[in-house]
Design a protein around this ligand. Sequence first.
Ligand SMILES: Nc1ncnc2c1ncn2[C@@H]1O[C@H](COP(=O)(O)OP(=O)(O)OP(=O)(O)O)[C@@H](O)[C@H]1O
Ligand SMILES: [Mg+2]
Length: 114
Amino acid sequence: MKLVLAFVNPEKLWELKKKMFEVKTPGISVDQVMGIGKPLARMADMIERHGAIPKFFPKIRVEVVVPDDKVEEILGAIREICYTGNPGDGKVFVIPVDDALRVRTNERGEAAIR
Ligand SMILES: Nc1ncnc2c1ncn2[C@@H]1O[C@H](COP(=O)(O)OP(=O)(O)OP(=O)(O)O)[C@@H](O)[C@H]1O
Ligand SMILES: [Mg+2]
């Protein structure tokens, strides 16, 4: 299993939620966060030369735990919805997940996310 942890633009949240259910995600958690990505060349220069501090931007953190064979489909879905070609389109991390527990049934591992 993997945790797909994505930071995306808030205006994509509704469309992304719709898409996640089209590709049958087993569950999804979201949160509003503030984030900073890699500074663009001009900002990097401002930081370096003038000690400028980059600004936080509002982002949505999306968390989806899926079986390994579902990861590419989820990444594709995120890209399909969130890509504009502009800086700040988002960043996605794929993180190993050791185990899961569905509290109600006591199912473990992949059974808990089916
Ligand atoms: N290395 C990181 N660690 C933690 N969070 C990150 C990291 N990189 C990006 N993020 C989160 O993802 C959000 C979106 O990142 P962003 O799309 O700006 O990435 P980028 O690497 O700057 O690419 P781009 O050049 O397309 O802007 C950030 O605002 C931040 O919340
Ligand atoms: Mg950026």
